[in-house]
Design a protein around this ligand. Structure first.
Ligand code: ADP
Length: 140
């Protein structure tokens, strides 16, 4: 399952600004199949756990606070070469550097509030999918 799936979140600001439908449409148009999906909210504890890899980075506290500030969409996506292709679809971390037409170029408001998460490896995609979904809620 790992090499053809990735995990994404639509982050709080993009949800609040009404971009869920447009972003899911970009995901579909990009050739990804949605195999798990939910609207949920992370506690600060859960957000801290999810981003534990960034614990030493200066923006960690801000990131945890932001990601637990409101509802998010969590989803698991399937496609050949899913991790790399999805990172191409979303664009660079900083929306100022994101290629035209990418999800972050279109819907992000800042480097922190950058509209969407995308897994950075097959291994992390699996860990992140399992963090948010039980096996019976993933239709892979
Ligand atoms: P990506 O999400 O593109 O894989 P990183 O893994 O480097 O990027 O960072 C994780 C998340 O942390 C980013 O999506 C963004 O929300 C936040 N972040 C990264 N760099 C900064 C920064 N310099 N200032 C504030 N937030 C940041």
């Amino acid at each position: 399952m790992a090499s053809n799936m990735t995990f994404t979140m639509i982050k709080p600001t993009a949800v609040k600004n009404g971009h869920i439908g447009a972003i899911l449409n970009k995901i579909n148009e990009g050739g990804f199949k949605i195999v798990a999906l939910k609207l949920t909210k992370l506690s600060a504890e859960k957000a801290g756990e999810f981003y534990a890899v960034h614990k030493e980075r200066p923006f960690y506290g801000e990131l945890v606070e932001f990601m637990s500030s409101g509802p998010i969409i969590a989803a698991v996506l399937q496609k050949d070469n899913a991790v790399e292709d999805f990172r191409t679809l979303i664009g660079a971390t900083n929306p100022a550097d994101a290629a035209e037409g990418t999800i972050r170029a279109l819907y992000a408001t800042s480097i922190g509030e950058n509209a969407v998460h995308g897994s950075d490896s097959d291994e992390n995609a699996l860990i992140e999918a399992n963090f948010h979904f039980s096996g019976t809620d993933m239709f892979v």
